[in-house]
Every structure is written in C-alpha cells, then in structure tokens.
Design a protein around this ligand. Structure first.
Ligand SMILES: Nc1ncnc2c1ncn2[C@@H]1O[C@H](COP(=O)(O)OP(=O)(O)OP(=O)(O)O)[C@@H](O)[C@H]1O
Length: 922
C-alpha cells in the first residue's frame, strides 16, 4: 500500500475500478490509507524531535520542572524522553490552540461573530447519487462525498471564520462563524434572517419539503428516550423548545426564536411509531441557504465569543482527541509522549480520512502570526539566547529594520506586517506594496507565569520603533534591568502604583475636597490592593484645606474621613467596608438655611407658568393636609415642559417650611439635577439585580428609615425609566417603614416623566419586554392623577416648529417617509442635519472655550461613533494630549492558565462591554 499522500487520491479516485465495489471494505481501505500516511508523518516527527526543540515548549517545560523540583524527595522525578507534536501537525493540541488563538485574533479585529452556521452533507445530493453506482450507499463512497461537500462548502464560504468537522459516524459537516458588517440586535431583524417554524406546505412546498426532511430535531425525549441527544430521557439541546409568539433576546444575548403555536405539524417516525411534531422541534434555519443547498443548515445568532470557544471545543472533542498525559513510571521518570497520546485517543471516520487524503485544508486562512522569539529556557537571558542561536527572528529583524528605516519607527511591532512583508528566506522585512487591508496580525501568546517573556510581549504591544532589546527596556532614557520593571515603569501592569500615580497627579491640580471625592470613588470602583496604605500616603493632601485653617491634624483627619464617608454613604457603602477607619462622629445632616430657601422658593413660585402653577398648588395643598384624598400625582411632561422646574420649586418651598421632602431618580445624573437628589437604589438600599422578591435594605429603626418616615413628599423624576418591580418595592418599603398599609403609606408621591423618552433598560429586550417593564400600567392601577405639561419652555420661542416636530416624533404622528421591515423611517428636518462630521463639530463646539464646551454633549447610538468623534474633539482642543492606558487582565482566580493564554492582552483591550471604558483615554 502506498503511503505517499500524493498517490492516494489518484488511486482512490479512479473510476470503474474494483475499488468502487468494495462497499464497507472500501471505507476500511480509505481509513487504512490515511493512517499509513499519517504514520509516516508521525515517524518523521518522532525522529526529528531535536529539530523541533521539544524541550523548549513553554509551559510544558514549566510543568516538567515543577515535577522535578518537588519538595518531597521521594516524589522527585527526572526528565525522561519528551516527544511533542508541533503546531504544524493538524490535530495536535498545539495546532488547536494556535487555531483558537487565530480565531480570537480575527474576532479582535472584526468583532464578535454574528451567525453560527452548521451545514451537514446531504447524502442525497444529486452530485453524489449520480456519481455512485446504482444501489450503492453514499457512505461507501467517502471520497465522492468529501469532494462534493468541499464544492458546496467552498460555495457557502463568504467572509467567515471557518472550521471543518466530522461527525463520528456519518457525514462531513462544517461549523461556520461569520461576522456580518452590521450586528443584528433586533428581534425583527432576526426573524427576517432566521426561522424556526414549519413553512406553509401550499405557499412554500419546496421549503416545506427540505425543512421537514432536514431541520427537525430528533424526535427525542418522551418520543425516543434513547436518542443520542438525551441524558436521562431529557434532550441536552433543550428540545422541544417552548412555543413563543415573538423572538426574544435574553439578558445574556441568547436568542429564543419565534415558534408560534400555529397548528402546523409534521409526522416523523421514531422508535417504531409515528410522532406528531410541531414548531417546537424545528432547528433554526435560513430560507435562502436551505433552498439553495438542500441539506441540514442550522443558522443561529451568536450571542458572545463563547461560540468561538464552543467551535474549538467541539472540534477537540470529535476529531482528534489529544489528551495531554504525563507518565511518571516506576523510576520516577517523567515521560511525555504526545504522539502516543494522540494515537491512543484516535478516532478516524472514513469521510475524515478521505478529506485528509484529498488534502482539503481544515483551516484555510491564518492571521499573520508574529513571533516574539523562540520560547527559551530559563537559565540565560533572552538576548543572550537570541544571539546564541545566530538566527534572525522576525523580532530581531524588526530591530534591524528600525535601525535602518526611519519610516518604520512609527509602527508597533504588531503593525509591521501591515506595512512590510516578512521575507522568510532572506529573514528580513521588505516594504509592503499591497494587501494590508485583509491582514490580521497576532503575536504568539505567552503564559503570564513566564513573567519576563510576558512583559516583553506587553512592551511590544506598546513601544514603537524599538532598536534593540535594551532599547525596548528603556523608559525615560533609563535602561531597566528587566522587561517586567520596564512594564511597571510604563504603568502597563496593574498594581497599586497606578492608583498612587493617579492621586499624585490629582494632588497637583485638584482641591482637597475634590481629592477626597476622587479617593471615595476610587474605593468604590477601583481594585485597590492596599487601601489603607493609599489613605495613609495621601492623608496630608486630603486634609490640607482643614490644616490650612489651623485645625488640629487629628480633627482635620476626622473631618476628611467624614467627607469621604458622606460620599460613600450616598453610594450605599461605608469606610469600614474598605478596611479604613470610620470617623468618630456620625455625619451631620446638611444644615438648611430656611430663610434663604423661603426666599428662593417664593421667587421660583412666582416664575411658574399657567400650566405649572395649578399643579404645584394642588401638590402643596396635599402635602400640607393629610386628609386631602388625592395624594398620588403623575406629571406627564413633554421634553422641556418644565416638570423638573416644578420639582425644584416644590423642594425649595418645602425646605423653606422646614418640612422633609425626598427627591429621587432612577439614575445618578437625573438625581444630580434635583436638590439633594439621590438615586432610588441608594435611598432605598436596593441591590443592583432586582426581581419580584427583592426588598429594600432600609429598616424602620435605621437613620434612613427615620428620614423616610419623616418625609411628607417624595418626588421621583424620570419615572419612565423606573421599572415596575422597583416601583412596587418602593410602595412595599414605604408601607413597611411607616407601618401604614395605605398606598405609599399615604405620603404625597409625585412622579414625573415622559414615556416618549427613555424607557427602562432591558438588556437585549424587545419592544414588548421593554413596555412590559414600564410603570405606566401601575400608575393607572394605583390611581395616580395625571397632569399634563405640553408647552416646551426650553426651546427658543422662535423654534416652535422644532418643538412641535419633537412632540409629534414622540407621539408617533409624523408622516412616514418610508416603511421597512424593521419599522417606519421618518425624515429629520433639513435644518437639524449636519452634512458631515466636521460640520457637526463646528456647530456643537464652534469657537467655544473649554468651559463652554464642557456644557455640551454629542450623543451617538454606537460606541464606535462616539470614539471617532471623541478623537476628533480631542484634536480640536488646545494643549498637549496625554494618553492613559488601562491594564486589562482576566480574573485569574477562577480561570485556569489555558483560558488566560487564550485571551491575550491585546484581545482583552479590544473588547468594550457596556460600562467598560476603552483601553486608552486621552
Ligand atoms: N416657569 C419657568 N420659568 C422659567 N424657566 C423655566 C420655567 N419652567 C421651566 N423652565 C426652564 O426650562 C428648561 C426646561 O425645564 P425642565 O428641565 O424643568 O423641563 P423638563 O420637563 O424636566 O424637561 P426634560 O423632560 O427634558 O427633563 C429649564 O432650563 C428650566 O429652568
């Protein structure tokens, strides 16, 4: 039998030979043929371990050394023979790891994939049945099946990350992850792309035929408990799925597809019986691809990068199971033989063998992998070893390039392949003439335990135009002894130094009260290792304003602690929670200057317009008389109609009467507009995650409880953003704290907002789920009296037209410009449209000075646009640009090393989940 790969396809592809009639034996022949080919390759690897430098594989050497340096002498081992499979051997653990990291690099550049497509070969494809002898099964002709599948596979590939896979028993199938240019975030859009229902057999007979043949799961569960997908009789894939009237995206971004209970069913035979299956058993598909390819093609929306991980896990599992096993034999010799392990855990199906014999690739496109340098042993320095091996690496060639080419110095090492091409024969970088756009670059990953190499890698991600290793280690003209030291000095590694640095810098510019506030927020939001040390180091700065006033140091410290405590309490926490000393006395309530408030209240009251005044009077009347029955007010105010103005007047007038009123809002920004405004969460001590059973953390006997009890009026601004659950918690909490079972404990509650504006945030929610969260329904149920403010006081009277347009927009009464599947398109008045980004910036920022600019904001629907605009704005501002870098890391406590290596630092830098800042701030 031939073992040369090139000859097998020829031999097996011959038409009308005896081979065609071997049936099952033919399958065996193909597997054997490939095993032979593979064996010769493995032999080569086994006999060339020195050339592969097996001892230098990072992590492996670490592990082996740990075994050898075991404290317990009895347990100590010595290194035996090490045989490793290189990354170039497809199926080796290293190849899988590299492939995964390649995929992550692509995700880093292109974004999280949009669709996960699984396509399985259809053995009844005309191209297969017409090419096998009559009466034969397609199984017996894996070479033809593989060839046809490859053609179909090539056709469906379009802008994707792809992987090839083989089902253990049967037919080739492929998993494809595609990244569309635009993310699909809307359930309606998902419905246009993906369907999980039985088509109408009259209207779409062809599709009906394909779906009922290829896209029905199982049946499993009660119909067929022995189905391979069942564990203890329950389907591990969650079939049958529930009926759903609308597609829903849950809070984790997972999609539950629309499967309506429309009465359509299909009869499928399983377990010797006819089973009637409905839409709950349909695997999601795309109409177009199904009609075109006529096979099983499962199309699903991707929710997060886990799908990439899943793809590779699946790949690991079913194709070339490569277990890493360290054998310590009787003589305590550590033998590490990946080839043996690879072969022992081997499963080879005929289609897979055929695929390999035909030399179809498993992975077609790699990012440009940049070497850092050869992974080296620990005894000698990297530089020394690099010199020792007398070989120019991509990295040392980059140094040389920078020495000779001034132009190249502007680039990072990772940007070099975009501008220069690596000439592997000559071992140098040559100017690139074309093709940069499609290049994805990634630096080989390094385990963070290998500190120096890890830090070298980190420097390469941030230092441009380095001339040598020494130059790379230089910071501000000083050569650091190690790469780690250089990283620390460049603030690339996370530690408390960055917080010291932040405070030190702030000390130069900020007033002590601002420093105290900054410190309080650092405590709340930053991961500071030694908070006490930081407090002690900067105490003198925190108390400077007090000591300047000749206040004794101890007392000044108490005052500073109290100020910090006040900020912390507003945010629902205390100094003690951070291991810091608590101030001796409790924080004092702000003293209210009653007379000043009375004067201000009277002035504001005089300004109230004809729409506002009657509402104000009615509310104040209810506050002053417990017997007034109508105590719940809902001010329905269009944008800028002056509801906050009424609230402000009410709060001031009540303070003038020395009566307690509380001002609340769902967000910090909305709360900050109101006098002594607090967020609902902070006032009622609510946890972040709210559900029906959540209760307020305020107890009746606490300081907060007393304050809430004494309040005669509670104002909640921006009620449209409050969820029903929170509103009901407030109602329950008031009843509990005040021991009064009437609605909201008979307090005067004034809520205001505009349901045309922002509604509650429901992560990945659709229209129905967001509306469902709104309090509007509760307002009606609880009999809140509705008061309308419609005149926009904010806009210039000359812009009444714009004000009307805004109102119509909110009321959905504007003329429809064009109707689409995703909703109606309206036309924005031409005077509100800026022709270009620059025109927009000119309009918003013009020639304003910095203070004026601070009061303006440009809102964008997408973070990327916001980053773009920020970048432009920064360059328009006077002064030097300073960049602050974040030091991203994975929480290694619950991540094993392998996970860490799979998410290299530059990948972490590219992800900006909501609420996370970019890696660089200017
Ligand atoms: N009676 C008034 N006299 C003078 N200025 C007023 C009056 N009412 C409102 N304003 C001013 O009009 C602007 C808009 O008012 P306000 O912020 O109270 O509106 P709003 O209904 O809360 O708006 P939004 O819905 O956008 O929050 C503010 O600058 C406010 O000071």
């Amino acid at each position: 039998m031939q073992s040369v790969p090139g000859e097998q396809p020829y031999r097996l592809g011959l038409e009308k030979t005896d081979f065609q009639y071997l049936y099952k034996l033919g399958q065996q022949y193909i597997v054997n043929a490939y095993i032979n080919i593979e064996a010769s390759r493995l032999d080569y690897i086994r006999n060339n371990q020195n050339r592969l430098r097996a001892e230098q594989y990072v992590g492996l050497a670490d592990y082996i050394h740990r075994q050898i340096l075991n404290d317990d002498e009895e347990e100590r081992a010595f290194i035996g023979r090490m045989i490793v499979l290189p990354a170039t051997f497809i199926g080796s653990p290293r190849a899988q790891q590299q492939a995964f990291q390649d995929a992550m690099a692509i995700v880093g550049k292109e974004g999280v994939p949009t669709l996960f497509i699984t396509m399985t070969c259809n053995p009844k494809w005309r191209e297969i049945t017409e090419n096998i002898p009559r009466g034969h099964q397609s199984n017996d002709h894996p070479m033809i099946v593989s060839r046809v599948f490859k053609c179909k596979f090539d056709e469906i590939l379009n802008d994707l990350i792809e992987k090839q896979n083989f089902k253990k028993r049967g037919l080739p199938h492929t998993h494809i992850l595609t990244t569309l240019q635009r993310r699909i975030a809307d359930p309606i859009e998902i419905d246009t792309l993906i369907c999980a229902e039985i088509p109408d057999d009259q209207a779409e007979p062809e599709l009906y035929e394909i779906v009922t043949k290829n896209m029905i799961h199982g049946p499993c569960g009660a119909f067929n408990p022995n189905s391979p997908c069942c564990e203890n009789g329950i389907c591990s894939k969650g079939f049958p799925k529930p009926f759903l009237n609308e597609t829903i995206i849950d809070e984790n971004g997972r999609v539950a597809y629309r499967r309506r209970n429309d009465g359509r069913t299909v009869i499928v035979r399983a377990n010797g019986a006819d089973c009637e299956l409905d839409n709950r058993w349909i695997v999601p598909y795309n109409r177009y691809t199904l009609l075109k390819y006529n096979c099983h093609i499962n199309v699903e929306c991707v929710s997060n990068i886990n799908s990439v991980k899943y793809l590779y896990k699946y790949f690991f599992k079913s194709v070339d199971m490569a277990l890493v096993r360290i054998v310590v034999n009787d003589r305590q010799q550590v033998n590490y033989n990946e080839i043996e392990t690879f072969l022992n855990a081997r499963y080879m199906a005929p289609p897979e063998a055929a695929w390999h014999i035909l030399q179809f690739p498993l992975i077609e496109k790699h990012p440009h992998r940049l070497s850092i340098m050869r992974p080296l042993t620990s005894e000698t320095s990297f530089e020394q070893q690099a010199l020792d091996i007398h070989e120019t690496t991509q990295l040392t060639a980059w140094f040389t390039l920078n020495q000779n080419d001034l132009q190249a110095r502007q680039y990072l090492y990772t940007e070099i392949p975009l501008h220069y091409v690596w000439q592997s024969a000559q071992r140098h970088w040559r100017q690139r003439l074309r093709g940069a756009a499609s290049i994805v670059v990634r630096l080989y990953a390094v385990n963070y335990r290998n500190q120096e190499l890890y830090c070298l890698r980190l420097l390469l991600l941030h230092v441009r135009g380095a001339l040598s290793f020494e130059n790379l280690r230089s910071v501000d003209g000083n050569v650091c002894a190690t790469f780690a030291e250089a990283c620390r000095r460049r603030n690339l590694l996370a530690n408390d130094e960055e917080w010291q640095h932040t405070l030190r810098e702030a000390c130069q510019r900020e007033m002590p009260h601002q420093l105290r506030e900054l410190f309080a927020y650092m405590l709340i939001y930053c991961e500071i290792a030694n908070k006490l040390a930081l407090w002690e180091e900067f105490t003198d700065f925190f108390i400077e304003d007090f000591t300047r006033r000749n206040i004794d140091r101890d007392q000044a410290i108490q005052m500073a602690l109290r100020a910090i405590q006040n900020t912390l309490i507003t945010n629902g926490t205390r100094l003690a929670a951070f291991g810091l000393p608590e101030p001796n006395e409790p924080p004092q309530n702000n003293q209210i200057n009653v007379q000043a408030e009375q004067a201000e209240g009277a002035a504001l009251r005089n300004q109230l317009n004809a729409e506002q005044l009657p509402i104000f009077e009615e509310i104040l009347n209810a506050v002053n008389d417990d017997n007034v029955p109508n105590r719940l007010f809902y001010i329905n105010a269009a944008a800028g109609a002056g509801k906050s103005f009424i609230f402000q007047t009410l709060l001031t007038v009540m303070r003038g009467q020395d009566t307690c009123a509380l001002a609340l809002a769902p967000t910090g920004i909305a709360a900050s507009i109101l006098k002594d405004g607090r967020t609902i969460h902070s006032r009622f001590r609510l946890p972040l995650a709210i559900n029906e059973t959540t209760t307020s953390g305020v107890t009746p006997r606490s300081e907060d409880g007393r304050l809430i009890r004494s309040a005669k009026l509670i104002i909640i601004d921006e009620i449209s953003m409050v969820t029903r659950a929170i509103f009901s918690i407030i109602n329950r909490a008031l009843k509990d704290i005040c021991n009064d079972n009437r609605p909201f404990a008979n307090k005067v509650i004034v809520v205001g907002g505009d349901f045309r504006q922002t509604l509650p945030i429901v992560i990945n929610g659709n229209r129905a789920s967001i509306v469902n969260e709104c309090v509007k329904h509760s307002l009606q149920v609880l009999n809140f009296g509705q008061y309308n403010l419609l005149r926009n006081v904010r806009v210039d009277p000359n812009q009444q037209q714009f004000s009307d347009w805004l109102l119509n927009l909110g009321n959905d009464t504007l003329p429809i410009f064009r109707a689409t599947n995703y909703g109606n398109i309206i036309q924005i008045p031409p005077q509100c449209v800026a022709d270009s980004k620059n025109a927009l910036l000119d309009f918003c920022l013009g020639n304003l000075n910095f203070d004026e600019i601070r009061n303006r904001a440009i809102l964008t629907p997408l973070n990327v646009t916001c980053d773009e605009i920020n970048n432009d704005v920064i360059h328009r501002l006077p002064g030097e640009i300073k960049t602050y870098l974040s030091a991203d890391s994975i929480d290694i406590d619950d991540q094993p090393d392998v996970e860490f290596a799979n998410y290299p630092i530059e990948f972490l830098n590219t992800i900006t989940p909501s609420g996370f800042p970019r890696i660089d701030w200017f």
